[in-house]
Design a protein around this ligand. Sequence first.
Ligand code: SAH
Length: 567
Amino acid sequence: MSGKTETIALIAATANGERNAARLARALPGAEVYEGRARDALARAWGECGGIVFFLATGAAVRLIAPLLEDKRTDPGVVCVDDAARFAVALAGGHEGGANDLAERVAETLGAMPVVTTASDATRFPALDSFGSDLGFRIEEGSEVAAVAAALVSGEKVGLLSERRYPVGPLPENVMSDYASGAPAIVVSDRIEDFPRPAVVYRPPSLVVGVGCSRGASEAEIISLVRDSLADAGLAEKSVTALASVDVKRDEAGLLAAAERLGVPVRFFSSEELSGFDAPNPSEVVADAVGTPSVAEAVAMACGSELVVEKRKSKNATCAVGRLPVRGRLYLVSLGPGDDAMIPSAARDALARSESVVGLGQYVDRIRRLLRPGTRTTELPLGKEVERAEVALKEARSGGSVALVSSGDVGVYAMASPALELAGDDVDVTVVPGITAAQSAAALLGSPLGHDHCSVSLSDLLTPWEIVRSRIEAAADGGFVVSFYNPRSKGRDWQLGEAKEILLGSRPPETPVGVVRDAYRPTQEVRITDLGSLCPEDVDMLTVVVVGNSQTVVRAGRMVTPRGYST
Ligand code: SAH
């Protein structure tokens, strides 16, 4: 958004437009109808609003804003909605003005389609202004964003210069990771150097500065010690992500003020924690004063960094600089049962941010269209679950961003568990939840899971049958509605029959049973039968079997487990 207010002016000229404007005003925070003739309303809105939504033809909107447009960095974002509210067009100020975002939000509220035409969005590569912003990258002053962006969108070769691999997501084809001299560059570095030009220089949040000081050390002294240490080592201040110190300095005014001036938090460690680190320049005086022989170096090490500047001193303060390891990203992504409409939008976002996608071939195929150009895929067959987890973790550990995908929910009989059993604290993990097979089956059957329920996998490949059987018995005893996963395969054909017998021990043969195969896929089959008539031969591995409890009924062809209201 521009530097104006968060207000979004809604300007309409027709009855339909006014109705849609009123709907938006109710639903969108900050949105306000500007009454009167469109030209007058616009004149009032232009100087005071961060965004403007017209309910007009694009031609009319273009003519109205043309005389007012000045600079894309300060003009409001302008969105134009047609009279039937079919489209929300980001007309001007797509990135800096926030019109692309605004078009998305307007479209969502009105049930319209967002129309975004900025070139970087066509390749779905983030605008250079926001590249790496989710990783904490900050653009260095003097960066030539416009020149590099122009090269990028016109398909010219652009070089990526990065000392270390960061989980930045897939790069467009014309971004070369081996830099050819002379090309415009995207630089990710915490070093101060003469980079090629034109370049956009991103400062990753890679440095921590450990600070020790005596009581009363001034803000100015600490700041200049930190700045001099960084400058002498050729390190960028914008890459400093935190100061750190020993916890007896929690209320040290100069230190807190210095951190505030640098715009970073201070992390504190106790002297016990610090005494475990083998700092290169310990001091007995410090040990006597705070109970640990090193503060500046030890706190930098305690943050997990590697020392790049050893202890430096001024009269009342010490500092040391450490570089943090890069943390790769592992997205554990749920794809839902099969229908695109049930792929969570958080899953789409995670896929678009992943430079590598790992999964079973059929699932990778399902989402291939959703991947950004340049995304690598690794397909490993059934039975290779641990290998899939290992491949994904290897990518993440080397600083990449990788998605490991499963159907349904990734945490339910799926890849999240093997991946997280193996993952250490060295990678960032995001789990994207999804709609499970049991939930999908339930939706197609009616509401069989309306009361207490459980799931049991009938596969005895990884769990001994005695355990599976005892759980079915417990479910039977507890009166739970049961969803059976992995009910039957070619080599495992008797388990469902035995499960049926166990449940028949405590439920009448009339108990409703739903059999759902390939839920939300083109080959979907949905049947309701009863426990007595359930025929295991009709069931295969692509099926979920939902057995009702003693209250479950079939109403109007739908399976319903009552909650207990008197209806
Ligand atoms: N993570 C998945 C479960 C994978 S286990 C989830 O949350 O749904 C594999 C089993 O799930 C299959 O044997 C079958 O029982 C069930 N399953 C998966 N997708 C299904 C679908 N679309 N329709 C019916 N059952 C399905």
